[in-house]
Design a protein around this ligand. Structure first.
Ligand code: ADP
Length: 397
């Protein structure tokens, strides 16, 4: 019987899960519980071997959410007792300085994740709620926490340090941590395999462009620069986040516009990026608006690609030599226009995109640079669930 891991990604009002067969790398079942603790009924969706099941029922908290998921597995399959579940893998966003690799969850680890919550107030508390609920449901199984920040623990001091007062920085843990680490790790390893090289032999620029977006410079398999910082707000333009702004924008909005800290937090995290500039956060809607002649959408797309190119150039300079530029996640995998615009005009760096190879959505790993190009440009679909499952199995043996 091959080993299976239940991968859980728990948000403030949602639980996403996948049952991964680590032997084949396939997801055998998965689903989503939404509207947890929002008053009305929660919604559940479960995809298994026998098709899709949708349901609405009260889901007052994460415990109830996990119980509802277990009921679905029991009723429509596959049976968790029969598949040979070896671990539950949990995505945790912020591991701080403490967690540089996956860990087996015990009460002390739970407490440490809670202590790190001030650094990730939107993410760590719901991640922890999911862990607690799953530990209640599966007390006999090992639970492994896999941290978004862990892959970036190799950032050199010069890359992770903000140029602010060192005592303030140390006291409050103010530094660049980086996120999307499981995706950057998975995509880096797959890219090395596709290039026919060992992971520690390749220098890569990996652009994870989903609703959240970050870009990482990888030297010899290790993250040496990444665009997200203390929180996932810094760096690239995203669906609803601004990415880089002059920090003085915040003081200005406080002093001149009279906005509160919470209002500015909401503005920059939820009402900026593509939705702020174009009025829609999904890149497909942005392209539709551009095609209809919407000047704001055109500008938003230009800002998005301009920022992306800016980082590609900066990371090329940091790495000195680049073997490949890799696109992944929703926009990176599906959006040929963004891939083309972001890398246009970089021929002198050896970066060229072949229009025919680039055209269309990429469901599988695809080279989009011409044969013989100095830098290989690829699309590598990410698989964070598989990465979490593999890391969990590696830890529990
Ligand atoms: P996340 O995991 O961050 O929620 P995903 O990696 O699933 O996000 O990416 C979702 C985003 O991918 C959508 O918001 C949308 O902008 C983009 N996307 C999905 N499909 C397409 C497509 N066909 N063309 C362009 N962008 C797409």
């Amino acid at each position: 019987m091959s080993e299976h891991v239940l991968v859980v990604n728990s948000g403030s009002s949602s639980i996403k899960y996948q049952l991964v067969d680590v032997g084949t790398g396939e997801s055998v079942a998965g689903g989503l519980v939404e509207r947890i603790g929002e008053g009305g009924d929660g919604t559940l969706r479960h995809d298994g071997p026998s098709g899709r099941t949708d349901r609405t029922q009260p889901v007052p908290d994460h415990d109830a959410g996990v119980r509802a998921v277990l009921d679905l597995f029991a009723e429509v399959g596959p049976s968790l007792t029969e598949v040979g579940l070896v671990a539950v893998g949990h995505r945790v966003v912020q591991g701080g300085d403490r967690f540089t690799e996956p860990v087996l969850v015990d009460d002390a680890v739970e407490a440490a994740i809670e202590e790190l919550s001030p650094l990730a107030p939107l993410h760590n508390p719901p991640n922890l709620a999911g862990i607690r609920a799953a530990r209640h449901a599966f007390p006999e199984l090992p639970h492994v926490a896999v941290f978004d920040t862990a892959f970036h623990h190799t950032l050199p001091a010069a890359a992770r340090t903000y140029a602010i007062d060192r005592d303030v920085a140390r006291e409050h843990g103010i530094r660049r941590y980086g996120f999307h680490g499981t995706s950057h790790a998975y995509v880096s390893r797959r890219t090395a395999e596709l290039l026919g090289k060992a992971t520690d032999e390749v220098n890569l620029i990996v652009a994870h462009l989903g609703n959240g977006a970050s870009i990482t410079a990888v030297r010899g398999g290790e993250s040496v620069e990444t665009s997200m910082g203390l929180t996932p707000l810094e760096g690239l333009v995203m669906g609803t986040r601004s990415g880089d702004v002059d920090p003085a924008v915040i003081f200005h909005l406080q002093r001149v516009a009279g906005m509160s800290t919470d209002e500015i937090d909401t503005l920059l995290n939820r009402r900026s990026g593509m939705i702020g500039m174009a009025g829609v956060n999904d890149m497909r809607d942005v392209h539709d608006a551009v095609a209809a002649g919407d000047a704001d959408a055109r500008l938003a797309l230009d800002v998005y690609c301009h920022r992306l190119k800016h980082y590609v150039g900066a990371y090329y300079a940091q790495l000195g030599h680049v073997d490949a530029v890799v696109f992944t996640a929703g926009v990176g995998e599906n959006d040929d226009i963004v891939r083309e615009l972001a890398l246009a005009g970089l021929e002198r760096l050896g970066i060229v995109v072949d229009p025919e190879r680039n055209a269309g959505r990429k469901k599988t790993e695809t080279v989009i640079s011409p044969d013989g190009a100095e830098v290989t440009v690829l699309v590598v679909p990410t698989n964070e669930e598989l990465e979490i499952a593999q890391q969990a199995v590696a830890l529990v043996g």
